[in-house]
Design a protein. Structure first.
Length: 276
C-alpha cells in the first residue's frame, strides 16, 4: 500500500474527519480544508507536519484556488483530491428561502466544481491523480423533501461524469461516491430546513421534517467501513466511476434506475418516430 498525499475538503466532521484520521494513522500526508481550523487542533498536535490545515469556506469562490495552490505548494504532489464538504437542505422546495437555495448550491455544486477545476491543472501536469467526489444515494435517486439537495448532487454527478471523460487521457481518474445512510452527524447536525408552509402538511415531503424533529432514526451504514472502501478504491485501476456504499443505497438506486430504464424503453418507438 503506497503512501499518498491527499487534499480533503470538510475534514472537521463526518466522512472527511474519518478519512483524515484513517489516512494519518497509516502514514499518509493530508492537506485539509475546514471553515474553523480550531476544529483540527487536537489532530494537528498528534500528527504534526503530516497534517496541513487550511481555512476555506467553499462559498467563497475567490479563496478556493489559492487554497488549492497552497496545498500543492506545500506537498509538491497530491495524489488524491477528495471533494467532501457539503450539507443537506431538506424539506419541500417551496419552503426553502432564496438565500438557503443559493447557499446550498454554492456549497454542494459550484464550490465542488471550482475545487476540481482548480486541482485539474496540477493533476494534468503531474500526469495523473485521482478525484473522489462525495455524492450520495440522492445523486442517483430522488425523494420528496430532498429536492434542493438532489439539485446539487445530481448536478455534481453530471459534472464529474463529463470531467472523467475529458481527463482520462491525462491519467486522471474520477469516482463518484454514493453512500446511503451513515451514522455521521450529517442528518441531525449538518442538515437544514426551510420555514414550514402549512399546506405541505399533506405532502410526503413532511416525512423529512418529522424525521429530523424526532431525531430517533438510526442509519444502518457504518461510516468507518465506508471510508475504508473510499480509500481502497484509489488502488483500483481504472478508477470506478461510481462507488455505491450501503445496502439501502444499492436497493434504492437499483429500483429507481430500473424504473427509469423501463420508462425509457416504453418510449422507444416514440423516440425513433421523431427522426427526420
Amino acid at each position: 500500500m503506497p503512501q499518498r498525499n491527499w487534499l480533503i475538503t470538510g475534514a472537521n466532521s463526518g466522512f472527511g474527519r474519518l478519512m483524515t484520521e484513517q489516512l494519518l494513522a497509516r502514514g499518509d500526508q493530508v492537506a485539509c480544508t475546514v471553515r474553523d481550523p480550531a476544529s483540527m487542533t487536537e489532530l494537528k498536535a498528534r500528527h504534526g507536519d503530516h497534517l496541513l490545515v487550511h481555512r476555506l469556506d467553499l462559498t467563497d469562490f475567490t479563496a478556493i484556488r489559492p487554497a488549492v495552490d497552497a496545498a500543492f505548494a506545500a506537498l509538491g504532489r497530491i495524489d488524491v483530491v477528495v471533494s467532501n464538504a457539503g450539507y443537506g437542505l431538506l424539506g419541500a422546495a417551496e419552503e426553502a428561502t432564496d438565500d438557503q437555495v443559493i447557499h446550498q448550491l454554492q456549497t454542494n455544486l459550484t464550490g465542488s466544481i471550482q475545487l476540481i477545476r482548480s486541482a485539474l491543472p496540477y493533476l494534468r501536469r503531474q500526469h495523473g491523480g485521482r478525484i473522489l467526489q462525495l455524492s450520495t444515494v440522492g445523486g442517483q435517486a430522488a425523494f420528496p423533501g430532498g429536492s434542493m439537495y438532489h439539485a446539487g448532487k445530481w448536478g455534481i454527478e453530471g459534472f464529474v461524469d463529463a470531467v472523467a471523460q475529458e481527463v482520462a487521457v491525462f491519467g486522471i481518474g474520477c469516482t463518484l461516491v454514493e453512500p446511503g445512510g451513515a451514522r455521521t452527524n450529517f442528518r441531525y447536525v449538518n442538515s437544514r430546513v426551510g420555514p414550514k408552509i402549512d399546506a405541505y402538511d399533506a405532502s410526503p415531503s413532511r416525512h423529512v421534517n418529522r424525521m429530523l424533529e424526532e431525531g430517533t432514526a438510526v442509519a444502518i451504514g457504518d461510516p468507518a467501513k465506508m471510508v475504508a472502501h473510499m480509500i481502497a478504491s484509489v488502488d483500483q485501476n481504472p478508477a470506478p466511476r461510481r462507488l455505491a456504499l450501503g445496502s439501502d443505497a444499492y436497493t434504492v438506486m437499483h429500483k429507481q434506475l430500473s424504473e427509469r430504464l423501463a420508462a425509457l424503453e416504453a418510449q422507444r418507438d416514440l423516440a425513433f418516430s421523431t427522426d427526420g
